[in-house]
Design a protein. Structure first.
Length: 154
């Protein structure tokens, strides 16, 4: 069913992606200030994600990267960002579209964002044909996993 009106969710997502772009641009220019560091989780299945085949095999659905002590070639554009990270002493370039982001966390200041996924295939499997598609879904999506980031703090 087509929706009319203001797409507040889409506008909010776009604004938050713009904020992340600004943050990453500042880091690309000036480096990470103080104790700031980022945990960024993204959907590796997104068609715009570019990564080594062996990383995609190891992380077929999602991956969390850490931008902290060593990173290189951080670039940002309107669609996403690129960065080279070290995986077992092997530098690997990554290209991550903003639309692939699931979470962005800076634990040094207890700041975090979570982006809702819009996976139509999963929704169709869960609802079946009886739903009709017109009733609102009052239950939050389940099956998520909470990851405690404290274990990575020094």
């Amino acid at each position: 069913m087509a929706r009319s009106g203001i797409d507040y969710g889409g506008m909010m997502r776009s604004a938050l992606q713009g904020m992340i772009a600004d943050i990453l641009e500042r880091v690309a220019e000036h480096g990470l200030p103080g104790d700031h560091h980022f945990f960024i989780t993204f959907d590796t299945r997104d068609e715009g994600v570019e990564m080594a085949d062996w990383l995609r095999e190891r992380y077929p659905e999602e991956m969390t990267i850490v931008i902290q002590h060593w990173f290189d070639n951080l670039t940002v554009d309107d669609e996403g960002f690129g960065v080279t990270l070290n995986f077992g002493n092997s530098p690997e370039p990554l290209r991550i579209p903003f639309d692939a982001l699931r979470t962005f966390v800076d634990p040094s200041v207890e700041f975090g964002l979570r982006f809702e996924t819009q996976d139509i295939d999963d929704d169709a499997d869960d609802e079946g044909d009886e739903s009709g598609g017109d009733s609102p879904d009052d239950t939050p999506p389940g099956g998520g996993e909470v990851v405690q980031l404290d274990r990575w703090r020094k």
